[in-house]
Design a protein around this ligand. Structure first.
Ligand code: P6P
Length: 322
């Protein structure tokens, strides 16, 4: 069985990018330690203040964020980073080649109940060294991503990664601390009978999305003529891992109190969309590909429908009222 670095070499990944991926993966392996300690140490629970998203900030959000930022600042190839937990971009090394966007701990509402958690990241190229980096440098579309992935802190510690040559999943072998290639060249089934939407929001969604969901719920009694199952982990990274492995459709539509949906474009939707498209799935905002969206702010949100190709195409038809 190949390990991560053998696969990156076979995919002709430049050494500088391999070293950057090593920094990110190393930081995530470090983040896994306080997560695994959980209630045995003082890492659970919330902090008094809210984060830049206006959300309750968990202690592990801050721990994960600090570990990642410290690790990336030490990598001379990192020019600047954008984090879900930090208002503005963080300048790192003036001659760095790469920009990194990350959600240091996705699904953090699960921290105190031992639920799914993950770190999501995407990597793009920085402008030539002599120019000052500003947040506008982060506003290229997801088509400019050169690598993206997530680490899932589950029963196994797993890394899903694409450098543009398909999406592969690696499992950490605790006996030698190597990420081993356990799921090469993922290929998401084009059809599915499993959906991941938070149905508590169902009546806040646009009419066409509500109709799409009702038709799913009617199963063999409705026009879909098949029954569906639902899964919702409260962590996109956990739901998307299942969908990458066996198909499905994940959705977080716009709603009355989330005009553009809840999920953030730069460090949640784009990296996941990159992985999914590299695995022959689709990722849409309901009408167009998420990866074609031109960002205008670091923390902007976007409605998402991601997963099995034919299910995403069907949702786009509902959106058009067809
Ligand atoms: P809700 C986590 O905060 C997140 O951004 C995604 O990872 C997850 O799918 C979603 O929010 C959960 O949202 O409304 O179900 O708590």
């Amino acid at each position: 069985m190949k390990n991560l670095y053998t696969q990156l070499e076979q995919d002709n990944v430049p050494k500088t990018l391999t070293l950057l991926i090593q920094s990110i993966v190393g930081a995530c392996t470090e983040i896994a330690t306080p997560i695994n300690h959980g209630a045995l140490s003082d890492v659970l629970g919330s902090l008094p203040d809210h984060n830049v998203q206006g959300e309750v900030q968990k202690k592990l959000d801050v721990i994960a964020n600090n570990i990642l930022i410290e690790s990336l600042k030490k990598n001379k190839q990192v020019r600047a980073v954008a984090s879900e937990e930090v208002e503005d971009i963080i300048l790192c090394n003036s001659f760095g080649k790469y920009l990194i966007c990350f959600d240091p701990l996705d699904g953090s509402s699960n921290t105190d109940v031992n639920g799914s958690l993950g770190t999501i990241f995407s990597i793009t190229s920085a402008s030539p060294a002599q120019t000052e980096v500003s947040e506008e440098d982060f506003f290229s579309t997801g088509r400019s991503i050169i690598a993206a992935g997530y680490v899932l802190y589950g029963p196994s510690l797993m890394l899903a990664l694409s450098t543009g040559s398909g999406t592969h999943i690696y499992t950490l072998d605790p006996s030698n601390n190597n990420f081993m290639l356990t799921h090469p060249n993922l290929n998401i089934p084009e059809d599915t009978n499993e959906f991941s939407f938070n149905l508590s929001n169902q009546f806040k969604w646009p009419e066409n999305v509500q109709k799409y969901i009702v038709d799913l719920q009617l199963g063999t009694d409705g026009i879909r003529k098949k029954n569906f199952n639902m899964r919702w982990l409260g962590a996109m990274v956990g739901d998307m891992h299942r969908i990458l492995c066996k198909g499905g459709i994940f959705g977080y539509p716009e709603e009355k109190n989330f005009k553009y949906g809840k999920l953030r474009l730069l460090y949640e939707a784009n990296p996941i969309a990159f992985l999914v498209e590299q695995a022959n799935g689709l990722a849409s905002n309901g009408t167009t590909s998420i990866l074609d969206t031109v960002p205008s702010s670091i923390h902007q949100r976007i409605p998402v429908f991601i997963g099995s190709k034919n299910e995403v195409l069907l949702i786009e038809k509902y959106a058009l009222g067809k």
